[in-house]
Write a protein that binds this ligand. Structure first.
Ligand code: AMP
Length: 380
């Protein structure tokens, strides 16, 4: 457990906004940063000392990349298991490749959770139409059909109301392995972002309330307005999941809070998460610093909030439709913090940045989130 001290080099797999914010923290703390991804001039590459451009499937390039750094971590979990294993032979990889293997595949992830006794959305594996019909008979309608692997932000999934719709959706997913889930009519969605150190230390952020638009995170409010016992239960589950996975780093557990007040895990992400961006401006230690501390075998930081309430509004490419948004108008509120990711092209649905909000009451932060959306023309 030798700590990897500032001055050392962090290797990051993936070079999007999560990598960028991780790289910014790493630089602040005096680390050097190399990023690995197929994309040149990437959000993280703009901040890194070295932007290593290669395909995620290129094992030799990944080994070469690893040989130039002191520890490898990630901002993106869809790295092939074999590539992660190859990296691990060269340098410590945190979280370990097995964590990726489990969490990059919805079916493996849900099976792991179910076998571990964690509460998870009822699901069935579906590889053909006969299994699809049997799964519908067991789970009932409506339900949600998803590809088994490599999905995010609602991509590769469809809500189906009838057996015919399910058959059509299965064909159009174009996969020979899918997962059928019961449709959960939830009261709200919450998440817990937490860090776990090499020594087993565990530090959670408060559970937060997430609302989505078109399957993409829209607003996060912290802390989630839920009973204290439910918040504790969510944090305990996150701790249990990280321990069962032997996950070192930051992990996010996304939950549904059902209409009868129970928690069901929807998804895991073994990395900093969009629903943890508010921590940058509202916590003693943010999720990116926590990831660095964990993967460098340094003590974890305190995750308490500097203010009673906080929030985040995601900025998607849609708001560039009529030119550059009016940032000056937005920043008339001196408590708002603008974060932009350095992406040249503002495509519809593309995550371009976010606005963080701090405040003294839930109503103040929720009100400001609405105002941010009004000023920027984000549909409510
Ligand atoms: P995912 O990509 O699986 O996280 O799904 C994206 C969003 O779709 C979730 O945050 C939910 O809002 C919704 N969703 C996914 N699965 C279900 C489900 N089984 N029941 C109800 N809504 C779901």
């Amino acid at each position: 457990m030798t700590p990897i001290l500032p001055g050392s080099t962090i290797g990051i797999l993936g070079s999007g906004q999560l990598g960028r914010m991780l790289a910014l923290e790493a630089r602040r703390m005096g680390y050097r940063v190399h990023v690995f991804s197929p994309e040149p001039d990437s959000p993280a590459g703009q901040i890194a000392d070295v932007e290593y451009v290669a395909e995620y499937t290129d094992t030799e390039a990944a080994r070469d990349f690893a040989s130039g750094v002191d520890v490898v971590t990630l901002e993106f979990e869809n790295i092939a298991f074999e590539v992660a294993k190859a990296i691990e032979e060269v340098k410590p990889m945190r979280p370990r490749p097995e964590v990726l293997h489990t969490t990059q595949h919805r079916l493996r992830e849900k099976t792991f959770l179910k076998n571990g006794g964690f509460p998870v959305t009822p699901f069935r594996r579906v590889t053909n139409e006969a299994e699809l019909s049997a799964a519908i008979a067991e789970l009932g309608l409506p339900c949600v059909l998803k590809t088994a692997g490599f999905g995010y932000d609602g991509k590769g999934q469809a809500k189906v109301n009838t057996a015919e719709e399910a058959a059509t959706a299965f064909k159009s997913l174009g996969t020979d392995e899918a997962i059928l889930e019961a449709f959960i009519s939830f009261e709200k969605e919450i998440s817990v972002v937490a860090a776990r150190g090499l020594d087993g230390s565990f530090v959670p952020f408060v559970p937060v309330w997430n609302t989505h638009r078109h399957h993409i995170l829209d607003v996060t409010l912290a802390p989630a307005p839920i009973p204290a016992e439910l918040a504790k239960e969510a944090v305990d589950i996150a701790k249990g999941v990280m321990e069962a996975l032997e996950c070192v780093g930051v992990l996010c557990v996304e939950f549904f809070v059902t209409n009868d007040g129970k928690l069901l895990i929807n998804e895991l992400a073994p990395r900093p998460h969009n629903s943890g961006h508010w921590t940058i401006d509202a916590c003693v230690t943010n999720q990116f610093e926590q990831q660095l501390r964990a993967v460098c075998a340094m003590p974890l930081g305190e995750a308490t909030m500097n203010r009673p309430n906080a929030g985040m509004v995601n900025l998607l490419g849609d708001i560039w439709a009529n030119g550059t948004p009016q940032w000056d108008l937005l920043l008339r509120d001196a408590r708002l913090k603008l974060h932009l990711y350095g992406k040249a092209e503002a495509r519809k649905g593309r995550k371009m940045g976010h606005v963080n909000i701090v405040g003294d009451t839930p109503a103040e932060v929720a009100g400001k989130a609405l105002r941010v959306k009004n000023i920027l023309g984000i549909e409510q």
